[in-house]
Design a protein around this ligand. Structure first.
Ligand code: IPM
Ligand code: MG
Length: 355
């Protein structure tokens, strides 16, 4: 089993190091190879996703990814910005299915900005389509408007689009995931305004007829954003497009009290996957040794489950994480009075002990 390890920028290197220690402790035959990505790769090779890094990722069974980005790269032309590395990996590896669980850990109920009774026991799975939509649609760019409200004015445009196979395959992922949970799927769209999302809704409904045991409902994205903070436990599996999924998954993550706890998986049709924490590179705290490595460690667990077929090892890691939380250990992001504040390294070491 070959894993490409891409720590990236900011806190990426610190948190990935802890996840690698955990993987090494499992007595599995894992071959790990590290490469530069994001701003770090740009500094060294002039490109955020160098050929060698892409090749390593393509040849691996799975990619363990940290985070990319730093404000200092915001002025670079778009093609050279760190974010292009993650978009390029998604596109080149065909990672169309992004699974973002939002789970509220019992011990962290108090860390949420919502009332404890609204989020205790929360367990949502957001399934975000990841290689289509306005993120990748062509054409896009800047030009002089030939029509619209201000002909002759400078304008910018992107293209929102989805093809039938793209919607069908992500719908299947959602319905199949629902069968392993409570047989409920909410498809989020904007069918009241957008052609693309009326089509999305129609196709998801059609695919749904193949899953008569799964209850499907539809919700407009604005309402979904509202219901997520009003009554989040109403949701189970949520399936949506790339842009809406980007936004709703951040919202759902924050409901749980700490985005520092949430892993994610991005899978292609052959179950090759990229695994990364749901949070970003947090350059403001990079190098301070205070970042929470648990989201990355839990991403490694997802990797064992979905790409490497090692369910037992995945569960061992998840149990170890619950155990360190039960011991009262907390990094700064989830610290509360009465618990013990630990560093990134100490948290990683505690997970190793619990394993
Ligand atoms: C995410 C991030 C990325 C996205 C950025 C870094 C390109 O926000 O994974 O949610 O927009 O998809
Ligand atoms: Mg995002």
């Amino acid at each position: 089993m070959k894993i490409a390890v891409l720590p990236g920028d900011g806190i990426g290197t610190e948190i990935v190091a802890e996840a690698v220690k955990v993987l090494n402790a499992l007595d599995l035959k894992l071959e790990m190879e590290t490469a530069l990505v994001g701003g770090a790769a740009y500094e060294a090779h002039g490109h955020p996703l160098p050929e060698a890094t892409l090749k390593l990722a393509k040849e691996a069974d799975a990619v363990l990814f940290g985070a990319v980005g730093d404000w200092k790269y915001d002025k670079l032309e778009r093609a050279l910005r760190p974010e292009q590395a993650i978009l390029g990996l998604r596109k080149n590896l065909g990672l169309f299915a992004n699974l973002r669980p939002a789970i509220c850990y019992e011990q962290l109920v108090g860390a949420s900005s919502l009332k404890p009774e609204l989020i205790a026991g929360l367990d949502i799975l957001i399934i975000r389509e990841l290689t289509g939509d306005v993120y990748f649609g062509q054409p896009r760019g800047r030009r002089t408007a030939s029509d619209g409200l201000f002909p002759g004015a400078e304008e910018a445009f992107d293209t929102m689009r989805y093809s039938r196979p793209e919607v069908e395959r992500i719908a299947h992922v959602a319905f199949q995931a629902a069968r392993k949970r409570s047989n409920r799927v909410t498809s989020v769209d904007k069918a009241n305004v957008l052609e693309t999302f009326q089509f999305w809704k129609d196709v998801v409904t059609e695919v749904g007829t193949q899953y008569p045991d799964v209850a499907l409902d539809h919700m407009y994205v604005d309402n979904a954003a509202m219901q997520l903070v009003r009554e989040p436990k109403k949701f189970d599996v949520v399936v949506t497009g790339n842009l809406f999924g980007d936004i709703l998954s951040d919202e759902a993550a924050m409901l749980t009290g700490s985005i520092g706890m949430l892993p994610s998986a991005s899978l292609n049709a052959s179950k090759q996957g990229l695994y990364e924490p749901s949070h970003g590179s947090a350059p403001d705290i990079a190098g301070k040794g205070i970042a929470n490595p648990l989201a990355t460690i839990l991403s490694a667990a997802m990797m064992l489950r979905y790409s490497l077929n090692q369910e037992a090892a995945a569960q061992r890691i998840e149990a170890a994480v619950k155990s360190v939380l039960a011991q009262g250990l907390r990094t700064a992001d989830i610290f509360s009075p009465g618990t013990t504040r630990v560093s990134t390294l100490e948290m990683g070491a505690a997970v190793l002990r619990a394993l």
